[in-house]
Write a protein that binds this ligand. Sequence first.
Ligand code: ATP
Ligand code: MG
Length: 556
Amino acid sequence: MTEETNKSSSNFIKSIVDADNESGKFDNRVHTRFPPEPNGYLHVGHAKSICLNFGLAAEYGGKTNLRFDDTNPTKEDVEYVESIQEDIRWLGFEWDNLYFASDYFDQLYDWALKLIKDGKAYVDQLSAEEMREYRGTLTKPGKDSPHRDRPIEENLDLFERMKAGEFPDGAMVLRAKIDMSSPNINFRDPVMYRILHAHHHRTGDKWCIYPMYDWAHGQSDSIEGITHSICTLEFENNRPLYDWFVENLDIYAPQQIEFARLNLSYMMTSKRKLKQLVDTGVVNGWDDPRMPTISGMRRRGFTPESIRNFCDMIGVARANSVVDFGMLEHALRDDLNQKAPRALAVIDPLKIVITNYPEGQVEEVEVPTYPQDKENTETHIVPFSRELYIERSDFMEEPVSKYRRLAPGREVRLMRGYLVTAHDLVKDEEGNVTEVHVTYDPETFGGFAPDGRKVKGTIHWVSAEHAVPVEVRNYEHLFTAENPSEAPEGEDWTANVRENSLTVTTGYVEPDVADAKPGDTYQFLRNGYYVADPDSEPGKPVFNLTIGLRDTWAKK
Ligand code: ATP
Ligand code: MG
């Protein structure tokens, strides 16, 4: 990646904006919008779209609207309207205007009347099945509905009665009259309105006909004076229809531009499927830390900066591809490494007893809190005493070769404490080591021997008496498959859900960390980054593993 692209200085959408500014197409205005449907929580794919739309406007001194595309009342909910706003703000963006497509229902209805009067729309009573049959296929042209040439007066009458609620759901639709033999299937008399006797979270029971996406979207953009209407690639074939509507209504015409949606390995980016995971209890809600939702990532310990940086790193593509999840982790580690205070915590404890250390003695060990920042000399005190916990993996009774940590007869450094040597083991009935007895060299406080003898291994620890037990939630990928939508032979995508992607353990943290409040992030030295969960109570934090320390992507 060159310095240039790294700064997100160029992408094909910016080239389009530059050309439009050059030609004066939009009077040098840049006005984008982010148009979510409030039928679920936002996910990492939406974050890409948010960064793109808000970022582009910011760069050109333009504006961005947040517009809820609320045209499917049965799937939508105010809970989603609220979570979406919270997530956009958390990512660090603020919209210039907040609108709902439902704000335009009256206007859209009037425009539909205009198209009917112009002979460009008609009411059709074909059944859904007949409609499909009449539409034709990619290789076979469609054929005209018998209702296509209904007189204008009759269309007006039927459409008004559709609106008045005289007909049941599905009885008829309003269609644009374009071209049933067009090679572009979207042009084969697309549906503009369907009957749906459903309560809408904003318009209540006022409407029982609702506009289709294609009929609502471009017109909403037009009303708001959007210049560049950025959407994902699957709408490329809808663009001619987008243009047809604004042209035939003779209204202001924005420019639709498509880019490739973000796909990430091991991440599911479909609200519908994510909702299924929530509804079936596979995860504990939309903000479960394993979810690829923005709220889940926030709870997992992602920072807004890490997500924004990631979106910059991957750029804006014109062709679909799958981004390596490791890139997202890389962006996350990079940000946390700079910000997170360091602390001592033992996640999988094994007790050690320093048999020659005075009972009851406590010493203060000074640990730099931000060693990654040369300017910041802040330190904090961690108590050291006779009984400590170390990580179970930092002791081996029969060490394998190259193992540099604690083993019988071996000397290691307790980080910033003393050098200790293991001499005796306590075991349970099954032969598991439950305690390691060590001796310390009192001349080595700080971790160095005055005689200059070399000790290779350094391990972390906490004082058993002073450390605070905490619940630690450890996570793995929610899915076993790199592409979770691709189901194994004969099964559906849910077969890719990993069992036991969450394991809960009790860890021990240094006393200062007991004050952690939800959202506080630490690097537990040698372990990884952890964030206090909203389930934390004062003095009793619960920690989520955000991410381990090893960066596999940077190595590649
Ligand atoms: P989903 O299939 O998850 O419901 P959607 O596209 O239907 O996604 P919308 O609420 O309609 O969800 O999306 C709002 C905006 O976010 C749209 O402009 C859409 O193109 C964009 N968007 C959605 N998913 C992605 C993605 N994976 N990558 C980039 N942009 C996306
Ligand atoms: Mg959608």
